[in-house]
Design a protein around this ligand. Structure first.
Ligand code: NAD
Ligand code: UDP
Length: 335
């Protein structure tokens, strides 16, 4: 298939481009590089020995979208979005515009070109404060911040749009906590400024770029008191997109799938796993809870296994080793 990947220069998008190219698909990328570097795409080409077509531009720009959809694009994987929860609370309109208006513009362009398949990057954030764990796709949806609201609204808009198009199919992928990097260490997560997420922060402490990790709270109702999450290797996630796009080719309608391992790790367990996998120490301080954090969130990923034939294969040791290979080989990211 010829697949357009919006946000393909970003963290998850670049890893997905590798797997798509290796599976023999033709790839076009539309990205405005607002949170990424074109160097990531050069490295994707170097890893795979294949080339992709890059259109630099914004998903809200109809001319760029039309250009990106040229050449017989048959499906779109839509990663392009702003994703920082804290920033979304300070600038909700920027998030509504980029994420929601951008997704509407994408659907308009797809409809105009008759492109029927859409795979969408959603998030476990749509479950808000889950009442029980693990969560399956039937769990009630709610939002706790403007970023999460954009994901929930986009899921609903995509559901309505795909229902209106005969022959259209949409797959909503709800990622839990993506971490790790390509095993070559040549592409990985390259957060701008201070990382918000745990794994890149841990890796930057280990490489000496930050002094100490702040552990946000050890008084949660979890086994060791620190927050529990379902970490998933970005290469497993990337493989799930290939399955999803193939599933969309054979199934109509709109389906949502959880993508996680089904196993939770606490913050302290992640630190220990990282230290064991890398031989590096990660000094930390216990601090107050971070506003908006939930105690625990883990996936029931069985629907993806049944319907997509996909399951996560890489464990926490691989996640830590690969995150470290990327971080230690590229201490300043792509810079
Ligand atoms: P990322 O920031 O690395 O990648 C997003 C890419 O989209 C970047 O390359 C950015 O330049 C591009 N982009 C943003 N707005 C754009 C626009 N208007 N036009 C064109 N390009 C634009 O983020 P990521 O971690 O790779 O996340 C990819 C997707 O997965 C996002 O939709 C994110 O919300 C979702 N997601 C991420 C996580 C996570 O923890 N990383 C978890 C759940 C869901
Ligand atoms: N966390 C932490 N210190 C950090 C970043 C995160 O203790 O510097 C904790 C956070 O409170 C949560 C877990 O690590 O329990 C995962 O947080 P992350 O931001 O990576 O993902 P989230 O699940 O919040 O999207």
């Amino acid at each position: 298939m010829h697949i357009l990947v919006t946000g393909g220069a970003g963290y998850i998008g670049s890893h997905t481009c590798v797997v798509l190219l290796e599976a023999g698909h033709e790839v076009s990328v539309l990205d405005n590089l607002c949170n990424s570097s074109a160097e990531a795409l050069r490295r994707v080409e170097a890893i795979t020995g294949r080339s992709l077509r890059f259109v630099e531009g914004d998903i809200r720009d109809p001319a760029k979208l039309a250009q990106a959809l040229e050449g017989g694009v048959e499906a779109v994987i839509h990663f392009a979005a702003l994703k920082a929860v804290g920033e979304s609370c300070e600038q909700p309109l920027a998030y509504f515009d980029n994420n929601i208006s951008g997704t509407i513009a994408l659907m308009q362009a797809m409809e105009a070109k008759g492109v029927p398949r859409l795979v969408f990057s959603s998030s476990a954030t749509v479950y808000g404060e889950a009442k029980t764990n693990p969560v399956d796709e039937q769990a009630p949806l709610s939002v706790t911040n403007p970023y999460g609201r954009t994901k929930l609204v986009m899921e609903q808009l995509i559901g309505d749009w795909s229902a209106s198009q005969s022959g259209a199919s949409a797959v909503l992928l709800r990622y839990f906590n993506p971490v790790g990097a390509h095993p070559s260490g040549r592409i990985g997560e390259d957060p701008q400024g201070e990382p918000n997420n745990l794994m890149p922060y841990v890796a930057q402490v280990a490489v000496g770029r930050r002094e100490r990790l702040r552990v946000y709270g050890n008084d949660y109702p979890t086994p060791d008191g620190t927050g529990v999450r379902d970490y998933i290797h970005v290469m497993d996630l990337a493989r799930a997109h290939v399955r999803a796009v193939e599933y969309a080719a054979g199934n109509r309608g709109c389906r949502a799938f959880n993508l996680g391992t089904g196993r939770g790790y606490s913050v302290l367990e992640v630190i220990t796993a990282f230290e064991e996998a890398t031989g590096r120490l990660v000094p930390y301080d216990i601090e107050a809870r971070r506003p908006g954090d939930v105690a625990a969130l883990t996936a029931d990923p069985s629907l993806a296994q049944v319907e997509l034939g996909w399951r996560a294969e890489l464990d926490i040791a691989a996640m830590c080793e690969d995150a470290w290979r990327w971080q230690s080989g590229n201490p300043e990211g792509y810079a």
